[in-house]
Write a protein that binds this ligand. Sequence first.
Ligand code: HEC
Ligand code: HEC
Ligand code: HEC
Ligand code: HEC
Ligand code: HEC
Ligand code: HEC
Ligand code: HEC
Ligand code: HEC
Ligand code: HEC
Length: 240
Amino acid sequence: MRISAVVVIFMTLCLAGVSRAAEVDCVSCHKDLTEGKTVHPAVMMGCAVCHTGVDATKVPHKFTGKLGLAAEPPDLCFNCHKREDFIAADVHPPVSMGMCTSCHNPHRSDQPKLLIAPIPDLCFNCHEKQEFTKKDVHAPVKAGQCLKCHMPHVSPNSKLLQKKGVFLCRQCHANIERQVHVVAGFSSAGHPLKGKQDPLRKGKPFECLSCHVPHSSDWGRLFRYKANDAFGLCNYCHKF
Ligand code: HEC
Ligand code: HEC
Ligand code: HEC
Ligand code: HEC
Ligand code: HEC
Ligand code: HEC
Ligand code: HEC
Ligand code: HEC
Ligand code: HEC
């Protein structure tokens, strides 16, 4: 329990201020917020750990601040969750904008991790589905396994990637670099797969993504460029 010490200190600090809210049993009227496959442990500590400024002796209640919250997300969340976990070289914009509740329900959910929708639907709330539904869809994308390749909050790598370059693909395609890829019949070594510059994507290294896209493609084998077969692809970089 890496956050327990913080929680204890925080709760001690707010107990003095919450006595009025605590007089009323919030759950007697708001039971639905404490039910679901996942309930936020914070809710089990009592509504007043977050809603410090609610006078619920009457309905509608009187609120100090927005909904009587001690603070708004993300600061509210950082009372108990480590702020450092949300800082890195690459930060997902909804995270840097503090929009924690665009993905998480603060109370309860039928999804794991309090998510407001299952993955990938959650992602498609903000990202165009079209990029992921072309004719040839990569198996992990089809299976909705976005998090096999991406981190949801922050990453040391660009595009929130779990790993960089070939290391990402190697997790599931370790065999590709051991076999002759693409050019069997030309050379016994196979096509170079790294250590060169990408002739078409200026400034980027030559890698798996020089020829393939990660999500889906209108051409077979996740080709990055329009081609009916392997040889159609060669022409983009070579004049044989
Ligand atoms: C007697 C029943 C009852 C009790 C007890 C009660 N509530 Fe409510 N609460 C309601 C009703 C009904 C509404 C919706 C009324 C409205 O929209 O104005 C509501 C609305 C709210 C809202 C949302 C207001 C909004 O603008 O969306 C919050 C936050 C809230 N309650 C928190 C609490 C907390 C915290 C407690 C315990 C301290 C509590 N309530 C106790 C009945 C209750
Ligand atoms: C972890 C902090 C936290 C705890 C604990 C918490 N809430 Fe909330 N609550 C929030 C936040 C944040 C919002 C605003 C959500 C949003 O803007 O989408 C909210 C919104 C609400 C609302 C209005 C919108 C809705 O989701 O219905 C009600 C009612 C409410 N809370 C009641 C309660 C009650 C009752 C409890 C205890 C059973 C409780 N909350 C515990 C953080 C919390
Ligand atoms: C009063 C302390 C407290 C506050 C405030 C709080 N949390 Fe939590 N939260 C916890 C505890 C305790 C856990 C369980 C331990 C853990 O996973 O770190 C938890 C777990 C979670 C989980 C994982 C749930 C699971 O099923 O594994 C999510 C997601 C989460 N919190 C989101 C939030 C968000 C978003 C906010 C702000 C709206 C927030 N929390 C505010 C105490 C808090
Ligand atoms: C774009 C959607 C998105 C946003 C925005 C977001 N999260 Fe999450 N969060 C996720 C997903 C997805 C997971 C589940 C990760 C997993 O299962 O590996 C998660 C997991 C968590 C967990 C549980 C971590 C664990 O190791 O169990 C906590 C706590 C959490 N988020 C807090 C927050 C807080 C605080 C914010 C705002 C600063 C926030 N999240 C913003 C999508 C999001
Ligand atoms: C097999 C690994 C993998 C899976 C699975 C995957 N992605 Fe990606 N994604 C990548 C890579 C690699 C990039 C970077 C592409 C580049 O730099 O050309 C990327 C880039 C992105 C981008 C940024 C696009 C841009 O042009 O800047 C978004 C958004 C994205 N992915 C969302 C998703 C979503 C949503 C899912 C699940 C439906 C998903 N990804 C599944 C590997 C993956
Ligand atoms: C609340 C809206 C929202 C949700 C939900 C959301 N994203 Fe994003 N995401 C954005 C925005 C805004 C950007 C920046 C613009 C862009 O690249 O489309 C972004 C960018 C990205 C990027 C590129 C990051 C970079 O460094 O360029 C990736 C990868 C990504 N999202 C993956 C995901 C995945 C995976 C999910 C689902 C778990 C998801 N997003 C859910 C809003 C969202
Ligand atoms: C989470 C596991 C996983 C990761 C990571 C992954 N793949 Fe895949 N990939 C698969 C599976 C499963 C298949 C389908 C079975 C097969 O052909 O091996 C597949 C198939 C492919 C295909 C063939 C598609 C077709 O239509 O025939 C290509 C090309 C491909 N992957 C490229 C990549 C690249 C490039 C990366 C790194 C950006 C990558 N993969 C990362 C799991 C993964
Ligand atoms: C020079 C372009 C190029 C590069 C670089 C490249 N590929 Fe390919 N890849 C192809 C072509 C062309 C095919 C189709 C071969 C065929 O149909 O005979 C293919 C097919 C595949 C397939 C499916 C069929 C098979 O051979 O298993 C996978 C998986 C794959 N590539 C993964 C990768 C991975 C992982 C990397 C990086 C280590 C990578 N590719 C680098 C051009 C490339
Ligand atoms: C996205 C660009 C790209 C595509 C597509 C591509 N190649 Fe290459 N190819 C390269 C690069 C870069 C090199 C390394 C050149 C160098 O050494 O400077 C290379 C090298 C080669 C070599 C020399 C290998 C060696 O050992 O020196 C052969 C043969 C070759 N490619 C054949 C092919 C064939 C056949 C195809 C189509 C199936 C293809 N290439 C598709 C970029 C590409």
